[in-house]
Ligand binder design. Structure first.
Ligand code: OGA
Ligand code: MN
Length: 209
C-alpha cells in the first residue's frame, strides 16, 4: 500500500472533518490473515497483563481493564509488514494534516470472554504525547450479538468532565476494521465479549509534551 492510497486519504479527510475515522476492510487479505494467524497462535506465556499507568494498584487495574497484551517489535515478517503499514499511514497523515507524528507503538491485545476495558482516555495526565490512537480488529466472522464492541464517546464539551461525555457510536470488532481517533479528544470503552477477541492497539506520538 502506498501513502496516497484511497484508504489513507479517506482516513485523513475523516480526521480533518470529525477527529475520528472508522474503516472496514482496511487491510489486504494477506496482511489480515497473517496477523490473525500470528495473534491466534501466540503462546499464552508471552502475553502480559495490560497496565493503566504507574500509580494504579493491581486491584484497581483489574476493575478497569482485563485484556492481555504483547508489544510488537518487528520480530518476524508479518509484524514488520504491520509496522510498515503503520509507517505508511503516519507519512500520509503528516503530509496531509501536518500532525508532526514522530514515533509509534503497537501491541496485540487479547480479551478473553468477559474481559472489558472501562471508559477511558488513551492519554495519561501530564503525558499528552499520544496524539492518535489506531485500533485494528482481527476477528473473522464476528457475530453481531457477541458483544465486544468499541464504544466511542463524543469529545467532551468545554469544562465537561470526560467521564460524562455522550456515546457517539459502537464499532463491531470485525476482521480488518480499523478505528482511528485523536487520543486526547475521544473517551472510549470496550464492552465485554462472549468470545475471544483479537485486536491491535497502536499510537502515534509527537516528540514533545
Ligand atoms: C486500548 C483500547 C480498544 C479496543 O487498548 O486502549 O481502547 O477496541 N482498545 O480494543
Ligand atoms: Mn484506549
Amino acid at each position: 500500500m502506498t501513502e496516497s492510497s484511497p484508504l489513507f486519504n479517506n482516513i485523513c479527510s475523516d480526521l480533518y472533518q470529525q477527529g475520528y475515522s472508522i474503516q472496514k476492510h482496511s487491510l489486504s487479505e494477506t496482511l489480515a490473515q497473517g496477523l490473525y494467524q500470528h495473534i491466534s497462535n501466540l503462546d499464552d506465556s508471552r502475553l502480559k497483563k495490560a497496565g493503566i499507568g504507574r500509580n494504579a494498584d493491581h486491584q484497581q487495574q483489574d476493575d478497569i481493564r482485563r485484556d492481555k497484551i504483547l508489544w510488537i517489535e518487528g520480530e518476524n515478517e508479518i509484524e514488520r509488514q504491520w509496522l510498515n503499514w503503520l509507517e505508511d499511514l503516519k507519512q500520509c497523515l503528516n503530509r496531509q494534516l501536518f500532525l508532526g507524528l514522530f514515533s509509534l507503538e503497537s501491541h496485540f491485545a487479547i480479551y478473553r470472554p468477559g474481559d472489558f476495558y472501562k471508559k477511558h482516555l488513551d492519554v495519561f495526565q501530564g503525558k499528552s504525547n499520544r496524539k492518535l490512537s489506531v485500533v485494528t480488529y482481527l476477528n473473522p466472522d464476528w457475530p453481531e450479538d457477541a458483544g465486544g464492541e468499541l464504544v466511542l464517546f463524543d469529545k467532551p464539551e468545554n469544562h465537561m468532565p470526560w467521564q460524562d461525555s455522550h456515546e457517539l457510536c459502537k464499532v463491531v470488532p470485525q476482521m480488518a476494521t480499523t478505528v482511528i481517533f485523536l487520543s486526547e479528544d475521544f473517551p472510549h470503552e470496550v464492552l465485554p465479549a462472549q468470545q475471544r477477541r483479537y485486536s491491535i492497539a497502536s499510537w502515534f506520538r509527537v516528540n514533545h509534551v
